[in-house]
Design a protein around this ligand. Structure first.
Ligand SMILES: CC(C)(COP(=O)(O)OP(=O)(O)OC[C@H]1O[C@@H](n2cnc3c(N)ncnc32)[C@H](O)[C@@H]1OP(=O)(O)O)[C@@H](O)C(=O)NCCC(=O)NCCS
Length: 237
């Protein structure tokens, strides 16, 4: 993936390390330690881990060590960009301020949320003829509250989607052995801002699933019933 992506108002930098003392970890910790930015982090039914607000840099580092934000042998299709606002967008791309992250992970290596939540296949299935050649990636994002409501999440997610679609040999190599890329997002119906971002980015909504089950901690409380909005579409096919 491109080490740097520039948009009219943003600079996205590819995360390459989770090391203590690194700028990448320090930026991510700003986000993870912010209560509002972490509000929709949930108990992951797959991993049985509680992701709330991170209480220390060590805790943030532990999370990234357990689930590295860059490609590894176990998880080769992992992508994470730190997002920065350009302070002088018309004249200078070096003066920036960190505002958030956009994250992609393959469901085959990170655990399939759709399967764990028993989401009906009608909302997640792929054409059988294409499924074996397809990598399914889940998109996630979070921004610092001071940057909300300015279209930055939409601009950043759109830019990452475009980078996924790049047709250079390097871009194609990144997805090997897969030749098709399908992007998915599963969002709590009460997270209006996130639903709106996905609608604006243009990822198709496949439907809504009224999930019921063992309570999960999501959006500030334990919930045994959640309307899950399932988005998904092919980026490369
Ligand atoms: C979701 C989030 C990334 C959106 O970031 P953002 O930079 O404010 O997003 P944008 O400005 O690009 O778009 C937000 C849109 O949602 C709308 N919106 C905001 N709050 C809303 C709400 N409660 N209900 C409905 N729409 C809402 C905004 O008006 C805007 O739409 P518009 O451009 O048509 O006016 C940000 O709120 C965030 O980081 N939240 C916490 C983490 C999170 O929820 N991540 C997603 C998990 S699925």
């Amino acid at each position: 993936m491109d080490p740097v992506i520039l948009t009219p108002r943003l600079k996205l930098t590819l995360v390459t390390t989770a090391e203590k003392g690194s700028q990448d970890l320090a930026w991510y910790h700003q986000l993870r330690s912010n209560e509002q930015s972490s509000f929709w982090k949930q108990v992951q039914p797959i991993h049985s881990l509680i992701h709330g607000t991170s209480k220390s840099l060590e805790e943030t580092e532990k999370g990234w060590k357990a689930d590295p934000p860059y490609p590894t042998v176990e998880s080769p299709h992992r992508v994470n960009y730190a997002v920065h606002r350009l302070l002088a967008p018309d004249t200078d791309t070096t003066q920036t301020e960190y505002i958030g992250h956009v994250n992609l992970r393959s469901v085959s290596t990170s655990g399939d949320t759709a399967r764990a939540l028993a989401i009906p296949e009608t909302l997640t299935s792929l054409p059988p003829a294409a499924a074996a050649a397809t990598v399914v990636i889940e998109v996630g994002y979070g921004f610092l509250p001071a940057a909300w409501g300015k279209g930055f999440a939409t601009e950043a997610v759109q830019a990452v989607m475009e980078a996924c679609k790049a047709t250079s040999n390097a871009a194609r190599d990144f997805w090997r052995p897969f030749t098709k890329v399908y992007v998915r997002a599963i969002v709590n119906g009460m997270n209006g801002a996130s639903l709106r971002v996905l609608d604006k980015v243009g990822i198709a909504k496949r439907g809504i699933y009224a999930w019921k089950g063992e309570p999960i901690f999501h959006g500030g409380e334990w919930r045994g019933e959640v309307d899950l909005h399932i988005y998904g579409m092919y980026l490369v096919e």
